[in-house]
Design a protein around this ligand. Sequence first.
Ligand SMILES: CC(C)(COP(=O)(O)OP(=O)(O)OC[C@H]1O[C@@H](n2cnc3c(N)ncnc32)[C@H](O)[C@@H]1OP(=O)(O)O)[C@@H](O)C(=O)NCCC(=O)NCCS
Length: 186
Amino acid sequence: MDPSPTLSAMEITSGRLRLRKAHDADRDGLIELQTDPQVRLYLGGPRPRSVVEQYLEAIGTTSITHNPGTFVIADKTTDRLFGTLVLDRRSADLPGHVTEEGGELELTYLLRREAWGAGLAFEAATAALRAAADELPDQPVLVVTQTANERSLKLAARLGFQCMSTFEAHGAEQTLAASNLHSFKA
Ligand SMILES: CC(C)(COP(=O)(O)OP(=O)(O)OC[C@H]1O[C@@H](n2cnc3c(N)ncnc32)[C@H](O)[C@@H]1OP(=O)(O)O)[C@@H](O)C(=O)NCCC(=O)NCCS
């Protein structure tokens, strides 16, 4: 396993957003993210509500963001959960890499349906990647998304990620896009 770190920040703020660790009050928003058919369209489909509730009950809502680089995206003013963002390492066991050894930084993002179309994922990703660029040496950073997921691909392109290759996984074509972490330095 690649021991290289991701960013250590517990909280990151931007103009409209606070990327923070989860609170118990985020429970309903987190359940919605896992059960909304539109949000889950390219992520294997919605999960049954009862399964998600049992899972959160078992691990505790706040455990969701326990790992470094894992955040809730919240409204800076109201603290309402808009989504989640993760910057962690893509396991070498998975397909889709730009280095021989794998374990590159990988960005994933998920917004509640009501929060789409306002530039919030772009703002959250920019803030997280900037914080990571200030802390970590320059290195590749990946976005892997279903090729059919136009919104996600558009966001990756807007962030400056370049499409590198495509591959099949989970019964669908995936696009691997990459950038250099230090291109996000402020
Ligand atoms: C992928 C996802 C996060 C993209 O959300 P998004 O809101 O489209 O992304 P952005 O933050 O880049 O916002 C772009 C849109 O906001 C608009 N916008 C409004 N104000 C803006 C601002 N201040 N800055 C930038 N864009 C702004 C843009 O014009 C664009 O609008 P469009 O949808 O009409 O093209 C969202 O669709 C989602 O959660 N999907 C389900 C989960 C998923 O598939 N995740 C991918 C796994 S990696």
